[in-house]
Ligand binder design. Structure first.
Ligand code: T5A
Ligand code: NA
Length: 216
């Protein structure tokens, strides 16, 4: 009924996956479609390069600035935490929040560097709002390569990306999280339809569930 509708919180939906899998494309499409269907929804993108911390991250990724590996890891995490009060407010207001990358990218990219333990990588993001759904856009490296050459940004090499992928698989073993893998080699339209349908299911399910805390 009406009262239940009003009390329903928004769902937190994270998009993760290999480079060029289509996370940003699908994030935009999903939020547009939800809004058109009358569900309030907002898109956030991590890193958010617009904040002061985000500008530091962006200059690191663009190789204009070198930052020590622990330091950049903590900055990526801080860039998520600075949005947490706003994310919680939106979710409580019934707005579904779609995040284009989240803590899982944070852990996967740093631990792919080799000299970091998984626990250390996860620690700064412990307690973040826990996604109700993590959509993993799976694409094989050959198909990804067909979507254009890697850019000039840091991390954009095939060998590094392969290590990142292995770290994602490691994180997916955590069954306390709701991972759903989708085949990102499908057309933008087909993938959008599948993602929309999974997202709508999740939005129904969160109705009476409190928002969780990640890795706690
Ligand atoms: N990082 C990030 C960390 O190290 N730690 C962290 O904590 C976080 C959050 C920047 C880097 O930062 C690292 C990870 C990254 O290396 P970013 O800004 O999200 O992160 O990176 P981007 O370069 O923007 O993202 P990707 O390269 O991963 O691309 P997307 O978003 O997966 O793909 P998208 O949608 O931009 O599409 C790529 C191309 O493919 C086409 C699109 O039109 C586009 O040309 N395409 C398709 N083609 C055919 N079929 C489909 N289904 C298609 N979908 C998209
Ligand atoms: Na992107």
């Amino acid at each position: 009924g009406r009262a239940a509708m009003a009390a329903r919180r928004g769902a937190l939906i994270a998009l993760e996956g290999v480079d060029r899998a289509g996370k940003s494309t699908q994030g935009r499409r999903l939020v547009e479609a939800l809004r058109e269907a009358g569900h309030p929804a907002d898109l956030l993108r991590f890193p958010d390069r617009t904040t002061e911390i985000g500008q530091l991250i962006s200059s690191y990724l663009g190789r204009e600035k070198n930052l020590e590996d622990h330091t950049i890891h903590l900055l990526f995490s801080a860039n998520r935490w600075e949005h947490v009060p706003m994310m919680k407010e939106k979710l409580q207001q019934g707005i579904t929040v779609v995040v284009d990358r989240y803590a899982f990218s944070g852990v996967a990219f740093t631990s792919a560097k080799g000299n970091f333990g998984l626990d250390w990588c996860k620690q700064p993001d412990v307690g973040l709002p826990k996604p109700d759904l993590i959509l993993f856009l799976q694409l094989n490296p050959e198909a990804a390569a067909e979507r254009g050459n890697f850019g000039q940004e840091r991390y954009e090499t095939s060998s590094f990306q392969e290590k990142v992928l292995q770290c994602f698989y490691c994180l997916m073993e955590d069954k306390s999280l709701n991972w759903k893998t989708v085949d990102a080699s499908k057309s933008i339209e087909d993938l959008h339809r599948e993602i929309k349908s999974i997202a709508k299911e999740t939005m129904q399910e969160v109705q009476n569930k409190p928002l969780g805390e990640l890795w706690k």
